[in-house]
Design a protein. Structure first.
Length: 75
């Protein structure tokens, strides 16, 4: 199985997306997100869903800052 996936990746667009988001979303919301991203990616790039990889990285608000302020400290 791994070999066939490797061949698939070499023969098509092979987009890989890394998405960083705050932790706490439900599995259903994450599932909805990756389905929508995969569908739109295939429409735009003309690739097959099997070639789209999405890596979700959940980050706690005490490890993310904007404008010099941790999100855990914002109202």
């Amino acid at each position: 199985m791994l070999g066939s996936r490797s061949r698939l990746h070499r023969s098509c667009a092979m987009p890989t997306m890394h998405i960083e988001l705050f932790e706490g979303r439900t599995p259903e919301k994450k599932r909805e997100l990756v389905r929508a991203l995969t569908e739109r990616t295939c429409e735009v790039l003309g690739c097959q869903p099997d070639s789209v990889d999405i890596i979700l990285t959940e980050i706690s608000k005490d490890r993310w800052a904007t404008g010099g302020v941790l999100w855990s400290e914002k109202n």
